[in-house]
Design a protein around this ligand. Structure first.
Ligand code: PMP
Length: 330
């Protein structure tokens, strides 16, 4: 029989797909790691699994306990499904600006959902601080703390990077992705550099994030804004510390959105905006490294999570973003 023992064994071991349009555009071979194929439909299942396992191994959580997390949504979905499979409860704190689909998914999974107004990190009401406080006040609870808990990036050192290396048979010239917690970028960067230090690692930063300036000029500074969910960091998180970044690109929402639309129309891939930003970054990295190079990026989550936003003309108009001609309302 070809079976896996349980749901948790479905996390990771995702396929790599060659992306035709981006490869042609860059004159390189560009591959996307299909993280939407995880059971929670995003890359964050990997971090959730490693964080929960790490807490169990350290004896920090007992059966029937509660896992509390602050998240843009995908980590919450990952935590909730891992918690259900392991017999824990989940409390998720999330900014109210995130997609409706993520909220509905979390409720369907049985998570207790606490919505807070979007606020800067310096504000004590920020979702991360609220989740830490709730964890402290809840008996037999742990705080997953995905931003600074390095069990997150370990999932990508021993999982994502190892898989990419093996799938590419050791022939990978560059890797790029955007940063939410930094677990993916730092973990894959550390994992690939340990195999071959010549692999070029690039940050693809959305507008409104502070990391492009940090890696380019040593100063955390942001300008503009982005509607991309799950990415856009303003500080060096515990997971980002020591990440070996070689170069960086700043990608606009429109540039990412153009790839989201092309990948759907030309290749049948329905993705979220962080994936579009990653693919835009991979095309830039391909041009930077030169013809024929082999570049890997991350397809972070499914576009079905954004039908009410990215794929909704009224929503796009309300955010001042372009609307594809075929779906324009008036
Ligand atoms: N894209 C999406 C849609 C996400 O939810 C996240 C996680 N916040 C990321 C990208 C970034 O991943 P990481 O937290 O590993 O930096």
């Amino acid at each position: 029989m070809h079976v896996v023992p349980d749901t948790l064994a479905l996390i990771g071991k995702t396929p790599l797909v060659r992306l035709k349009g981006p490869s042609e555009e860059a004159g390189c071979e560009i591959y996307g790691k299909c993280e939407f194929a995880n059971p929670g439909a995003s890359i964050k299942d990997r971090a959730a699994l490693f964080i929960v396992r790490d807490a169990e191994e350290r004896g920090l959580i007992r059966p029937g306990g509660t896992i509390v997390e602050g998240t843009a949504g995908n980590t919450g979905i990952g935590v909730a499904l891992v918690a259900n499979a392991r017999g824990y409860k989940t409390i998720i704190v999330m900014p109210e600006t995130q997609s409706r689909e993520k909220m509905d998914t979390l409720r369907a999974l049985g998570a207790e959902l606490v919505l807070v107004p979007a606020a800067p990190y310096s504000n004590p009401g920020h979702f991360v601080h609220t989740s830490r406080r709730i964890a402290g006040e809840t008996p037999n609870a742990i705080w997953a703390n995905q931003f600074d808990n390095t069990a997150n990036r370990k999932a990508h050192i021993v999982g994502t990077a190892e898989e990419i290396w093996n799938q590419m048979e050791g022939q990978v010239d560059g890797f790029t992705c955007a940063v939410g917690t930094g677990g993916t970028l730092a973990g894959v960067a550390l994992g690939l550099k340990a195999k071959d230090e010549r692999v070029c690692i690039a940050l693809s930063d959305p507008h409104g994030a502070a990391l492009y300036d940090y890696y380019a000029h040593g100063e955390l500074h942001s300008e503009g804004s982005s509607v991309a969910e799950g990415i856009g960091q303003g500080r060096i998180t515990g997971n980002l510390e020591g990440a070996p970044i070689d170069t960086q690109f700043r990608i606009s929402d429109e540039e990412g959105l153009a790839w989201v639309r092309r990948l759907l129309a030309e290749e049948g891939l329905c993705l979220g905006l962080s994936s579009g930003i990653n693919v835009a970054g991979a095309v830039r990295l391909g041009r930077h490294l030169g013809p024929g190079k082999r570049i890997v990026t991350i397809l972070c989550d499914t576009g079905f999570r954004y039908l009410s936003t990215l794929y909704n003309p009224e929503w796009l108009q309300s955010k001042g973003l372009s609307v594809p001609i075929a779906t324009a309302t008036s």
